[in-house]
Design a protein around this ligand. Structure first.
Ligand SMILES: [Zn+2]
Length: 338
């Protein structure tokens, strides 16, 4: 459970907006919290939930953490908090879950305050579930607040988006993110912090989870392998055998960013303009031997595979196909520098 009354430093402007809702007693019936992965959307949603429940909130509107409601919430036993998320064995939030929610909402809240429904990864609702939820949004229940969290708002139907108040979180300033990361992981040096934040594309929470699981080592190892494949020093079939067991979506995302950086190098961008500036020395010589058109074509195919990665597709074959193509791309397009 989140620390319900300690705000993350980059959440300050968003809390002000939420606090204004509380002060003016104009609580939205549906609130959509949008932002990239790793910005702490869930934490902010939980803090707002606690603030809505709390009997004796602090001056800044945040929950006290001590009252009866706060204690129930912290123990995850508050009867007026409902969480809706995708079951681990399911690919989406299904219509049955929403029907069950609708019947729960038809009853009065247990206590005098608000009843809050927290949708984790709201974009994972399938279309039947979204339609069922729409009815809920059209005829809101008494004292109920729906909080939807997503990093992919474009996957939600426009009819749902239009019925939600939207709160959009952006990436914090690098110095703010770096200072926070240093507090969390004092053992990291400046360079490691910088690399982690780059890898997390500026999202501090994601950088922290990468630090805790030593993702940087994995990332560097995979990048070396990717370069070795380009130089025909490694076998795509063997690598696919290893890579399909790694976090698939993350790996495809890395490959996409390496390709974008190759294109940037091809068009003579400065190293600092790259997503991975510290890889420039490996990417520059490679970029000079590749055709931009072929890289763009491969990038498009990679994006198409990214959409497949959460379906029950054979991941080993997916990686085999991509890596074989990557090797072929490097064999075929030895063109002079433009
Ligand atoms: Zn309280």
């Amino acid at each position: 459970m989140t620390n319900i009354n300690a705000l993350l430093p980059w959440h300050q402007p968003y809390w002000q907006q939420l606090q204004a809702y509380l002060q003016q007693q104009r609580i939205p019936q549906a609130l959509l919290i949008v932002g990239a992965e790793g910005l702490g959307k869930q934490q902010l949603a939980e803090q707002f939930t606690a603030a809505l429940l709390c009997n004796t909130p602090q001056a800044n509107g945040m929950a006290c953490g001590q009252c009866h409601d706060c204690r129930l919430y912290l123990a995850q036993t508050h009867p007026d908090v409902i969480t809706v998320s995708r079951a681990v064995d399911k690919t989406s939030i299904g219509v049955e879950q929403i029907r069950q929610l609708v019947s729960q909402l038809s009853l009065k809240p247990q206590y005098a305050g608000y009843r809050i429904v927290l949708f984790q990864a709201a974009d994972s609702m399938n279309s039947n579930a979204a339609n069922a939820l729409l009815k809920c949004l059209e005829e809101p229940s008494e004292r109920s607040v729906l909080i939807l969290i997503t990093d992919k708002p474009s996957k939600l139907p426009a009819t749902i988006l239009s019925r939600c108040q939207q709160l959009t979180l952006s990436k914090p300033d690098t110095s703010l993110a770096s200072a926070w990361l240093q507090q969390q992981q004092p053992n990291l040096d400046d360079q490691q912090r910088q690399n982690l934040l780059q890898l997390a594309q500026g999202a501090p929470y994601l950088a922290l989870s990468y630090a805790k699981t030593d993702v940087l080592t994995l990332y560097n190892r995979c990048f070396k392998t990717w370069i070795a494949l380009a130089k025909q020093q490694s076998q795509p079939i063997l690598i696919a055998e290893e890579w399909h067991k790694l976090p698939n979506a993350m790996l495809l995302n890395w490959m996409a960013l390496w390709l974008l950086d190759l294109l940037k190098c091809r068009f003579h961008a400065e190293a600092q303009a790259l997503y991975n500036p510290n890889l420039a020395s490996d990417l520059l010589p490679l970029a000079q031997t590749l055709s931009a058109t072929a890289v763009i074509k491969f990038y498009d195919q990679l994006l198409a595979q990214q959409k497949q990665i959460h379906t029950p597709i054979n991941k080993q074959m997916l990686f085999e196909a991509l890596l074989i193509q990557w090797v072929q791309l490097n064999q075929q397009t030895k063109l002079p520098t433009p």
